[in-house]
Design a protein around this ligand. Structure first.
Ligand SMILES: [Zn+2]
Length: 339
């Protein structure tokens, strides 16, 4: 698996960035791929070669915009004892002690602030799991609700998310009313993105660790149709940004891969309307779910049980989820007090 990590490099590379731009412009005009031709510009040849290759060959690039100097893996020394990378042509050291163990460095892309380090990681073999937890995203007042049908346990994550969103949309509205320039609005959006990303990292880490501890796989809804399907019925409350859910899913997926926890996706249709105990259609009223079979549950918990019990999209092979034996493995346990 290839993963890219963003590390602050703490250096001023504006001169290298400007040189890389000049090399790119030259490559675009001349079509040359020889680093000899751009020696005068003074960009280290390992980096110049990458830029030349990209811009001389590519027929679709018409204008040079953001050139990010890229150092190929061969130009990076990896000190495993010190857990440090060294780019000799730039005399740049990068601390990689908090990265998961990796096989090799593929490349490092540089911008003003960050080094984007792409590494190859050996994935552990997938765990052989008997049970699955279901993760319901965008639930009422939380980022995610996780249910484990084999134990009946329900856990809620990220109750601070709606507050974050409310806070920032309020700030944006104020700026709008006060006629402030776009820059301010942009800055708020960036702050919000940053905060949400931090939270998503924290939550995905906890969820994946918990699933691994319980020796469970993770099931989630395939979110591509999020607006068309299950979520429409919940549109009475402000929906969180869909980008943040894709981000969270991606984080869950790669963190799970690193631990060998299997991840599967299920059909999102009616996960919030179906009864997780009998499979029939129940009634959802705000936070409450009730079914004619007598099952009463928190609506989001019910939805996450459904997700956990659904066959994965690969398994179901396009068949309707209603053909399936729903209540298989569903245990009712006293639910924990929610945090
Ligand atoms: Zn029921």
């Amino acid at each position: 698996m290839l993963l890219t990590f963003k590390l602050k490099h703490g250096r001023d590379f504006s001169s290298e960035l400007a040189k890389a731009r000049r090399v790119a412009e030259f490559a675009l005009q001349s079509g040359s791929q020889s680093s000899k031709d751009v020696k005068g510009i003074g960009l280290p040849s390992a980096i110049a070669n990458q830029v030349l290759r990209k811009y001389a060959r590519n027929k679709t690039i018409k204008v040079v915009r953001h050139v990010q100097p890229t150092v190929p893996g061969q130009g990076v020394k990896h000190d495993r004892d010190e857990r440090e990378l060294y780019i000799s042509c730039l005399k740049l050291r990068l601390d990689v002690s908090f990265l998961p163990p990796f096989e090799k460095v593929n490349q490092i892309e540089l911008d003003q602030e960050f080094a984007h380090v792409t590494v190859t990681i050996n994935e552990p073999p997938l765990m052989d799991v008997e049970h699955w937890v279901g993760i319901d995203l965008n639930s009422t007042g939380h980022i995610a609700v996780v249910a484990n049908p084999s134990t009946g346990k329900v856990q809620k994550y990220g109750k601070e998310a709606p507050h974050i969103q409310k806070k920032y949309s309020k700030m944006r509205r104020h700026l709008y009313i006060e006629g402030h320039p776009r820059v301010a609005k942009k800055r708020i959006r960036q702050k919000e993105k940053h905060k949400t990303k931090d939270l998503n990292h924290k939550i995905s880490r906890e969820m994946v660790n918990n699933a691994a501890q319980q020796a469970c796989g993770i099931k989630m809804e395939r979110l591509s149709d999020i607006r068309k399907t299950a979520r429409q019925s919940r549109s009475f409350r402000p929906s969180l940004h869909s980008w943040s859910f894709y981000q969270l899913q991606t984080m869950i997926e790669y963190k799970a891969k690193l631990l060998g926890v299997p991840v599967a996706y299920v059909d999102p249709a009616y996960t919030s309307q179906q009864c997780s105990r009998c499979g029939r259609s129940g009634t959802r009223n705000g936070k409450d779910f009730t079914c004619s079979c007598g099952h009463v549950d928190h609506a989001d918990a019910n939805a996450s049980f459904n997700i956990a019990l659904r066959p994965s999209l690969e398994e179901s092979d396009g068949r309707s989820h209603q053909d399936r034996d729903w209540c298989k493995g569903r245990i009712d346990a006293p639910q924990e007090a929610t945090s």
